[in-house]
Write a protein of this length. Structure first.
Length: 260
């Protein structure tokens, strides 16, 4: 009996293989029309974490008006234990700066801050002085008595100008007592009268007072009771002289002595 041939998918085959061939052809058509497999969607990358805030230096946390009234114990958590503590004065060294925190009688509350002016500690005064808008920034390293004087209503004082003894170097101060303008914070700069421009200026100051008054006037420090009287002499002499210490706070100000 002759074979019957069926033409499917472009192939001639016998009856016995027809079913298998039809199935194969059907599978081929199914595969050809099936949509391509989709690649798995990648999970979105997690958002980058914001950069950690730069830690503030110890000195920047202490050299500011917010330190006034701060608990001494809190300040020690920031700066560690003081290098020295005596007569309610607590000395620290941080970030190239020597800073002294002066506490109350109970050694609990910070009343004032003193900082030594040195090349390694060239801080800006913006954090402690209300510098008017438009005025250039003032750095400790650029500070002179002459540049400090016009910033605030200040006066010159000295703890001694003659027969001062050897217990400590005599010091000249330019001090601005607290007012509403400064939120009742006192400011001062000071320098020892040991050499250079400071010694020359205070010597001229003393000579002018002795000439106008007497040796006793200087010896009794009566000039501290009349800070405006000979101001022009000491102001001119110290114009370009550099202070060694800058301080601010609400603690005791310079004691003028008996002015009665």
């Amino acid at each position: 009996m002759p074979h019957r041939w069926i033409k499917r998918c472009g192939v001639r085959t016998g009856v016995m293989a027809t079913a298998a061939l039809l199935l194969a052809c059907s599978d081929s058509r199914t595969e050809a029309t099936a949509p391509p497999a989709q690649a798995p969607t990648a999970a979105p990358a997690p958002a980058a974490a914001p950069p950690a805030a730069e830690a503030r230096r110890v000195i920047d946390q202490l050299f500011g008006t917010e330190t006034i009234g701060m608990n001494l114990a809190y300040a020690q958590k920031i700066a560690g234990p003081a290098m020295r503590s005596e007569f309610h004065r607590h000395q620290f060294r941080a970030d190239g700066c020597d800073i002294t925190l002066v506490s109350d009688e109970a050694d609990k509350i910070i009343e004032s801050v003193e900082i030594d002016i040195a090349p390694s500690c060239n801080l800006s005064l913006k954090s402690v002085l209300n510098v008017a808008e438009g005025q250039p920034d003032i750095k400790l390293g650029d500070l002179t008595f002459g540049s400090f004087e016009p910033l605030l209503d200040s006066r010159y004082y000295a703890d001694c100008l003659t027969l001062c003894g050897n217990a400590a170097d005599p010091v000249v101060y330019l001090e601005a007592k607290g007012s509403r303008l400064t939120h009742f914070i006192n400011y001062s700069v000071q320098a020892p009268m040991v050499d250079g421009k400071v010694l020359d200026a205070t010597s001229a100051w003393r000579a002018a007072m002795i000439k106008a008054e007497s040796e006793d006037y200087v010896l009794d420090t009566r000039f501290n009771c009349e800070p405006e009287r000979f101001r022009s002499v000491i102001s001119t002499g110290l114009r370009n002289a550099r202070p060694t210490v800058f301080s601010f706070g609400r603690g005791p100000t310079f004691e003028q002595g008996d002015c009665d």
